[in-house]
Design a protein around this ligand. Structure first.
Ligand code: HDD
Length: 696
């Protein structure tokens, strides 16, 4: 964490002078006191100017008016989607040159660390909603390359709901709070959303992903990212390949359980951002590998789906991933508004060597992002805001506009000109060239027939999941449709599920009490049989590790010092963290009389905040603990959330009080004195899936 300066001088900061050197911020070391925005020293920042001590107050008080006026204008429009986000700085480094594939400099200079700024987001909720809502997560990366800024604006799900950008406003209107009531917030579980998607069978594949555990990630650090669209990469010889981008977290991809996600929404609405911030602040820097699936146009023509259709993925069995490099996030933001809010991503921010395809969703996005930044940030000069400035030189003859921060010199603001010999010119050799794809055809508003199969990949995804993953997906459909008031919408959705997988439709229909009520929907292209694709399932490929995870240890005054030391040591060796939870937050003592500093107060830290738990109170404290609902709930929830639970013999009454089984119970381990190895090994399984049938 940034150390808080105690110096009065350094606690005041001013905005950078973007035009004069591009530093993000400066400390005002020479300032002795607060000033107005005009630099006037302020003598009293606590009292309004008035006639006598009890007023009246004077309109003349320009210091009050400046301060209040600035405050009144502090907010800018929140993003129309992806309003709730969190970001961090870092770098990207290529493993080696990739000149056969692309001329993009940042992918060809393994010796260079390209600075990045990465923003994660939820889509539907407003800026003040909660982190663990079921939703797609945004995964946007701005690479500040030597050839200009490159923005890869993706999601944690490799496909999208719609095939054409013209439908985007309707999709978003449908998922946002219903306009006549202004709720529900940050939820897709309502009529307008399910009405819209059930009338758009192309949404089925993405819906399967969102209703799966991917819709509730455990951590932003444990989430994949995807560019979704097919892009092009072009090498120095002008040869092009199509590519799909993938980000893979080094910690593996993990999710919450729905009941945890719901409880975390209340216990810690900032769960994901706090987790990212704390990890970076403690030096545990999250990493992702960037890969592409690269393939030729001829290969693309052989696939039985269209690579221009953003509702389709390319199974890795068909085109394997080629790793290009890694991204490390190693610096927290200094200021949320200046950086996370003002960062402006646009898929049209390209570098030479990367280009678009004719994906109709992508083409619409190329218009939308620039346009939205103009209304959000209020000026075509948004590229001059420090977080958006390229870190390479940039110059042209675009001039003026709201909030021009630079002071361009000279008589000339036109190109070509003969008045300024030294003035900048275009550069055909190093400049950006669009890939010269040959295009011909009639002007039409029509969807290609090759986009018409809406069910096969939805089924591919479902059949690739493990049994617990399939179960969660069915539960999520039932939960969401259960929140739909209109029976006809539920019937229509069951009809789609029937076309994807009749067993799934039966399970969901049964849960809703609507067995046999699926609407008959004739698919344009019936679902084809496919082979499961292992990487589509998180749990099939999950690493056996607790790296990056959090172990919660419930302690009291007098808790066993040897056990606490052993778990801290073992966790450190596995790159996990330990947090102590105690009935009282004030300093207490362990069994050896050493000070214990709990990280959390039991009432404010339910066990859903941790990946696995140890229950280790001192024996004399157990009876009073067993009387507290927060303690018995802690144990009960840890068990119900399928966590690995370690406990000391003394804490048995807590299990008994909470009716939680502990004898011969897989994943519930009594810890012999100071022995935590078995617990750590078990915790590497992440969850005890077999327990699920007992608790739910
Ligand atoms: Fe979008 C923001 C991702 C389709 C229009 N989008 C936005 C953000 C992400 C995505 C991650 C947040 C950026 C940030 O952190 O500031 N959007 C996607 C993906 C899509 C997609 C992966 C499909 C593959 N988006 C899409 C379409 C349109 C938009 C089809 C409009 C035609 N998206 C926007 C926007 C936003 C945005 C309105 C809102 C805030 C912003 O741009 O900066 O322009």
């Amino acid at each position: 964490m940034n150390k808080k300066s105690t110096s009065k001088k350094k606690s005041v900061r001013i905005m950078s002078q973007a035009g004069s050197g591009g530093e993000l911020h400066q400390s005002v070391s020479s300032n002795e006191c607060l000033t107005t925005n005009q630099g006037l020293p302020i003598a009293d920042n606590q009292n309004t100017l008035s006639i006598g001590p009890r007023g009246p107050q004077l309109l003349e008080d320009f210091i009050l008016r400046e301060k209040i006026t600035h405050f009144d204008h502090e907010r800018i429009p929140e993003r129309v989607v992806h309003a709730r986000g969190y970001a961090a700085h870092g770098y990207f480094q290529a493993y080696e040159g990739n000149s056969d594939l692309t001329q993009a400099a940042f992918l060809n200079t393994p010796q260079t660390k390209t600075p990045v700024f990465c923003r994660f987001s939820t889509v539907a909720g407003s800026a003040g909603s909660f982190d663990t809502a079921r939703d797609v997560r945004g995964f946007s990366v701005k690479f500040y390359t030597s050839q200009g800024n490159y923005d890869l604006v993706g999601n944690n799900i490799p496909v999208f709901f719609i095939q054409d950008a013209i439908k985007f406003p309707d999709l978003i209107h449908a998922v946002k709070p219903e306009p006549n009531k202004g709720f529900p917030q940050a939820q897709s579980a309502h009529d307008t959303f399910w009405d819209f998607v059930s009338l758009n069978s192309e949404a089925m594949h993405t819906l399967m992903w969102v209703m799966s555990d991917r819709g509730i990630p455990r951590s932003l650090r444990m989430m994949e990212g995807f560019g979704i669209h097919t892009f092009r990469m072009i090498n120095e010889r002008g040869e092009a390949k199509f590519v799909k981008f993938h980000w893979r977290p080094s910690l593996g991809t993990f999710s919450l359980i729905w009941d945890e996600a719901v409880k975390l929404g209340g216990a810690d609405p900032d769960f994901h951002r706090r987790d990212l911030f704390n990890a970076i602040a403690s030096g545990d820097f999250p990493e992702w590998e960037l890969s592409v699936q690269a393939f030729s146009e001829d290969e693309a023509n052989e696939f039985d789906f269209d690579v221009l259709d953003p509702t389709k993925l390319i199974p890795e069995e068909l085109v394997p991933l080629k790793p290009l490099g890694k991204m490390v996030l190693n610096r927290n933001i200094d200021n949320f508004f200046a950086e996370t809010e003002q960062v402006a991503f646009c898929p049209s921010h390209l570098v030479p060597g990367i280009d678009f395809s004719n994906d109709p969703l992508l083409q619409g996005r190329l218009f939308s992002y620039l346009d939205t930044q103009l209304s959000r940030l209020g000026s075509p000069n948004f590229h001059q805001i420090p977080i958006n400035q390229p870190k390479c030189p940039f110059a042209n003859f675009q001039r003026d506009g709201h909030m021009q921060m630079q002071v361009p010199n000279g008589q000339v603001a036109n190109d070509p000109n003969s008045l300024d010999d030294g003035s900048i010119r275009e550069n055909p050799t190093h400049g950006f060239h669009s890939y010269p794809a040959a295009e011909a055809g009639s002007k039409l508003r029509i969807r290609p027939e090759s986009f018409a199969d809406h069910y096969t990949q939805a089924k591919l995804f479902f059949t690739s999941l493990t049994e617990p993953e399939q179960r969660h997906l069915a539960n999520a459909f039932a939960f969401e449709l259960g929140k739909c008031n209109e029976a006809k919408i539920r019937r229509r959705m069951l009809g789609h599920l029937q076309n994807i997988d009749p067993t799934l439709a039966d399970v969901v229909g049964n849960k809703l009490g609507m067995s046999g009520q699926a609407e008959k929907l004739k698919p344009h292209v019936p679902c084809k049989e496919t082979q499961p694709s292992k990487p589509l399932s998180q749990y099939s490929v999950a690493p056996k590790s607790i790296a990056g995870k959090k172990i919660g240890v419930l302690v009291t005054n007098g808790s066993d010092a040897t056990l606490i030391a052993a778990i801290k040591k073992a966790a450190k060796a596995e790159q996990a963290t330990v947090e102590l939870i105690a009935p009282k937050i004030g300093t207490t003592e362990d069994s050896k009389g050493k000070e214990l500093h709990p990280d959390h107060f039991l009432d404010g830290a339910p066990s859903c905040m941790f990946d696995c738990v140890i229950i280790a109170p001192e024996s004399s404290q157990v009876p009073s603990l067993a009387e507290q609902a927060s303690a018995t709930d802690w144990v009960r929830d840890a068990y119900a959330h399928l966590k690995v639970v370690g406990f000391t013999a003394e804490s048995r009454p807590l299990f008994e009080k909470g009716s939680v089984p502990f004898d011969n119970e897989p994943g519930v381990l009594e810890l012999a004195k100071g022995k935590v190895d078995d617990f750590i090994e078990a915790a590497k399984m992440h969850r005890i899936w077999d327990r699920e049938s007992k608790v739910r």
